[in-house]
Design a protein around this ligand. Structure first.
Ligand SMILES: *Cc1c(COP(=O)(O)O)cnc(C)c1O
Length: 219
């Protein structure tokens, strides 16, 4: 199947109010252009060098989402153009994003990444850590950051109950944080990938990040 046929199939299964990010990591620019020609504008990448290289040559109206774990020293490469950073899990990272954003006179959309999976390898904050973070003076001084919502990844498992419960947990964190963050832009719940986005949407996802169902399996 071609990228455009896959994309059309996936779009049929996603309500219009949910944002579909086409996760194009490891895939060539030609695959992105094929999706772009169908009107797809949100693309996600997890490696900074690859994201930077692709953004430099692909159409300027693409909204690039940095979806993977981000090291502080790499922030400067993406802040000039990135639309949203999904995996923010420390104050240190926020401070650096803010610093670079000031240099480029931009406000960067950031999602707080939560650790919801059973696996210990996945990055992300706990609710306690987040409450501590947002109570700090340093956090409240970040003027070039827009906290746009939350992001999480479910456990890699066939057990749908486990996945569903983890998504419920993330939705619950979002609901608890909304009044505390207190801005109208705090509205996104980025959860769901190729294997589990249907469950994620049922549990309140507003952004799904779908790679292999659109572009085929990765090596
Ligand atoms: C790769 C990746 C995805 C997409 O995964 P698929 O299973 O190919 O849909 C989504 N989110 C993150 C953070 C990823 O790294």
């Amino acid at each position: 199947m071609s990228v455009s046929k896959n994309l059309e199939q996936v779009k049929l299964t996603i309500p219009e109010k949910v944002t579909l990010i086409a996760v194009s990591k490891t895939k060539p620019n030609s695959a992105i252009e094929e999706a772009y020609a169908l009107g797809q504008r949100d693309f996600g990448e997890n490696r900074i060098q690859e994201l930077k290289d692709k953004a430099a040559v692909l159409p300027e109206d693409i909204r690039w989402h940095a979806i993977g774990h981000l090291q502080t020293n790499k922030v400067k490469y993406i802040v000039p153009f990135v639309w949203m950073i999904h995996a923010v899990d420390s104050l240190k990272l926020l401070v650096e994003i803010n610093k670079q954003a000031i240099k480029h006179n931009r406000v960067i959309n950031c999602l707080l990444q939560f650790h919801i999976a059973q696996e210990s390898s996945k990055f992300g904050l706990s609710m306690v850590e987040t409450e501590e973070l947002i109570a700090t003076e340093a956090f409240n001084e970040l003027k070039n950051i827009k906290i746009a919502g939350v992001m999480g990844m479910a456990t890699f498992t066939d057990n749908q109950d486990v996945i569903r419960n983890e998504f419920k947990t993330l939705k619950n964190y979002f609901d608890l944080l909304k009044p505390k963050i207190g801005n109208d832009s705090f509205k996104e719940i980025s959860m769901g990938m190729s294997g589990d986005y249907q469950i994620a949407i049922e549990e309140g996802s507003t952004i799904v990040r779908v790679g292999s169902s659109i572009f085929g399996t990765r090596n």
